[in-house]
Design a binder for this molecule. Structure first.
Ligand code: ADE
Length: 235
């Protein structure tokens, strides 16, 4: 899988992606990151990429012609099965289902905004999907891109050594993950739940599912509602 990132700050990448699971995956060539500096496509001497918004207001807007030239460059030597994504707080909120959709593509072209935003015609013209990583505003799309790439990469077959960990982690089946414990059995007066020490795997699975349901109901009533609905339909 390949990620092409259009950004004004290419030096931010790979950043945290060069560590741990994703770092090993880059070294093993399981995915690739390429950055394209939007500023390289400015036609002015001073390398300007933005201008004031029509209609007034604070901040500067990145110009559509500069963005288009950088996108055309990104499309050269591109995979056929690719998707264009613009990271913005006003996009569709990212979730596990969207990540599973994204990894079906050979290439994701990710556009990172800065300043007040980008000219909307660029999004319309290129039919770009707008994605947000959460209901808060970051200083730009670069950190959001790192979140998105990390979440995609761990779903690439071979990246995670133990595939079972994907089947139990949060958001699998609309549930959050159950609580986990390790040694020592007793710590600061707190005991590991008895059922986990007895080796009865059927009982352990039942207990974990129950804990997942309780946790989801408390932490994420929205997810819990989906879980209840789906499980009723399934019966
Ligand atoms: N850029 C700024 N804030 C963002 C967010 N919440 N998600 C995606 N991109 C962003």
């Amino acid at each position: 899988m390949k990620f092409k990132i259009l950004t004004l700050f290419p030096e931010i990448f790979p950043g945290p992606l060069s560590y741990s699971i994703s770092g090993k995956a880059i070294k093993r060539k399981l995915f690739k990151i390429e950055t394209i500096n939007i500023r390289d496509f400015s036609k002015t001497k001073s390398k300007t990429v933005d201008d004031k918004p029509f209609g007034g207001g604070a901040g500067m807007i990145i110009k559509p012609d500069v963005l288009q030239d950088s996108l055309e460059f990104a499309k050269e030597n591109s995979f056929k099965k690719k998707k264009l994504i613009f990271l913005t707080p006003s996009g569709k909120r990212l979730n596990s289902k969207l990540i599973h959709e994204f990894i079906k593509h050979e290439e994701l072209v990710i556009i990172c905004g800065r300043y007040e935003g980008i000219d909307n015609r660029f999004i319309e013209f290129n039919k770009i999907e707008e994605i947000s990583v959460g209901d808060y505003v970051l200083s730009g799309g670069e950190i959001a891109a790192i979140i998105l790439i990390d979440a995609c990469v761990r779903l690439i077959p071979e990246v995670l050594g133990n595939r079972n960990s994907l089947n139990s982690e949060s958001f699998c089946n609309d549930l959050l993950e159950y609580p986990q414990y390790t040694k020592p059995r007793e710590w600061n007066g707190l005991e590991v739940p008895d059922v986990l020490l007895k080796g009865n795997h059927k009982e352990i699975s039942k207990w974990r599912l129950k804990k997942s349901i309780i946790k989801t109901k408390n932490m994420r009533p929205d997810l819990y509602e989906d879980y209840v609905k789906k499980n009723k339909e399934g019966k």
